[in-house]
Ligand binder design. Structure first.
Ligand SMILES: C[S@@+](CC[C@H](N)C(=O)[O-])C[C@H]1O[C@@H](n2cnc3c(N)ncnc32)[C@H](O)[C@@H]1O
Length: 236
């Protein structure tokens, strides 16, 4: 039986390396993906307070600030938070960055208009209960009418792509849930991933209190590829 604690440790280690800092620092210049920009244009209210969970070095956070949002980013990787703060300094940005323990969100109740879990960050959170807890935290800190949004890999399509990709070795472990895999890429350490089906995403929202929720494929928001869902939930 693989322990969730062990899996979390592997995830944190993978986002703490010098390579990860370089990769996510470079990503900041890429700004928003096409589907992210389309999601903001269609569904986000203007100029409100946004929390970016799993902010890395700040790719979405800085882009949202440039669009007029007041933004805070949180992440489990101290090295990425340090990189994000240094980029914020260089840019004279007002975005705040904070280290999180990855299981709860230490923000007061009803203080954010939008909480995003983009870049498929829930894929790296072992156990359904822990993913659920994060969505419940988002619900708690959102104002009434506030919006949570997440992006996740579609299980069927992604597993098929991975099987055909020689960069990844899949390590079978006992005790993993449906949709869980452990992947080893090149010389790197193995990392936990979870891939979702659509009903699971719907359940995540409903079981966290979001009555009004909807899911799109990124191709419906202009992307040419299609193995990611983007979900939205509105707090009543
Ligand atoms: C794929 S990276 C995306 C980083 C950034 N959003 C971007 O697009 O450049 C996922 C990020 O989520 C963070 N992360 C993983 N689990 C987390 C958790 N439970 N809470 C907060 N951040 C987490 C990782 O440290 C990593 O920075």
């Amino acid at each position: 039986m693989v322990e969730a604690k062990e899996l979390r440790r592997g995830v944190l280690a993978s986002y703490s390396t010098a390579d990860a800092v370089e990769q996510y620092t470079q990503r900041v210049a890429e700004g928003l993906r096409k589907y992210e920009k389309a999601a903001i244009d269609q569904f986000f209210p203007l100029s409100d307070k946004v929390l970016v969970v799993g902010c890395g070095a700040g790719r979405e956070a800085f882009a949202l600030e440039a669009l007029g949002y007041k933004v805070k980013g949180i992440d489990i990787s101290e090295n990425l938070i340090t990189a994000a703060r240094s980029i914020a300094n260089q840019r004279h940005s007002q975005v705040e960055f904070e280290l999180t323990n990855g299981t709860n969100i230490s923000e007061p109740d009803r203080t954010y208009d939008i909480v995003i879990f983009w870049s498929q960050i829930l894929a790296n959170v072992p156990t359904k209960e822990a993913r659920q807890a994060l969505l419940q935290e988002a619900f708690r800190i959102l104002v009434a009418g506030g919006l949570a949004s997440l992006t996740v890999h579609d299980r069927t399509r992604t597993l098929k792509l991975l099987e055909a990709d020689s960069r990844y070795e899949r390590i079978n472990q006992q005790g993993l849930d449906d949709g869980d895999v452990i992947l080893k890429e090149g010389g790197k350490d193995p990392v936990f991933w979870h891939y979702f089906d659509e009903s699971e995403v719907q359940d995540l929202f409903v079981e966290s209190g979001f009555h009004d929720s909807w899911i799109l494929r990124v191709s419906e928001l202009g992307e040419s590829w299609d193995n990611v869902f983007i979900g939205f939930g509105r707090k009543p």
